[in-house]
Design a protein around this ligand. Structure first.
Ligand code: 5GP
Ligand code: MG
Length: 180
């Protein structure tokens, strides 16, 4: 298939073009510009995967808006509870703020599901979630997603900030794992 790329040991095929992504990101920005008119929301971008989506979206916002970045790290604990997710770097006071979380992708929903209570605890005046990609078939943790650019099937994607074992984040478009 034309445009097939190899990253580490796996092949990926073109999935969503840069033009389609830009179109959807601009559409989301327009929606946010309307929904938050006259307000000054604080966007919390979840690293690493959301850096490209966040940067592009931010360019198309015309409202007053702030952004900060956090990193969610998951550890395989020794306890039976399994993964523990730790928020690193939420150094901004979010009490009474209009918060919008920016995520690259919601898969099982586990990451965001564990992070949201930490945000709610600090009593923002509103809290919404905006994602580039959502895989509803894979989502098992209950989560309200307020803004979605693309709803996609449960297949591994790469590019536009999303990696496969560290590589592929620099690709300007989205690729999908090639199945033989
Ligand atoms: P969740 O906690 O919702 O299961 O997923 C959390 C993280 O898994 C995402 O933020 C992302 O880093 C990673 N992830 C889930 N699905 C994909 C995918 O299709 N491609 C890539 N590159 N990462 C994914
Ligand atoms: Mg992520």
């Amino acid at each position: 298939m034309p445009g097939t790329i190899k990253v580490h040991d796996k092949e990926f095929v073109p999935y969503i073009s840069q033009e389609e992504i830009t179109y959807k990101v601009k559409e989301l920005a327009a929606q946010l510009n309307a929904d938050y008119a006259g307000k000054r929301p604080l966007f919390i971008s979840v690293l690493n995967g959301s850096f490209m989506f966040s940067a592009d979206l931010f360019k198309y916002l015309t409202i007053d808006a702030e952004i900060c970045f956090i990193k969610l790290a998951s550890y395989k604990g020794t306890k039976s509870t399994g993964h523990v997710i730790t928020a690193i770097g939420l150094d901004t006071d979010i009490t009474g703020r209009d918060i919008i979380i920016l995520e690259d992708i919601i898969d099982t929903g586990k990451t965001i599901n564990q992070f949201l209570p930490q945000v709610r605890n600090q009593q923002p005046s509103s809290l919404k979630v905006a994602v580039l990609l959502h895989k509803p078939e894979a989502t098992v943790f209950p989560i309200d997603i307020d803004y979605v650019c693309f709803t996609i099937p449960n297949k591994f994607v790469l590019g536009y900030g999303l990696d496969y074992d560290g590589l592929g984040r620099n690709l300007g478009q989205l690729y999908q794992l090639k199945l033989d």
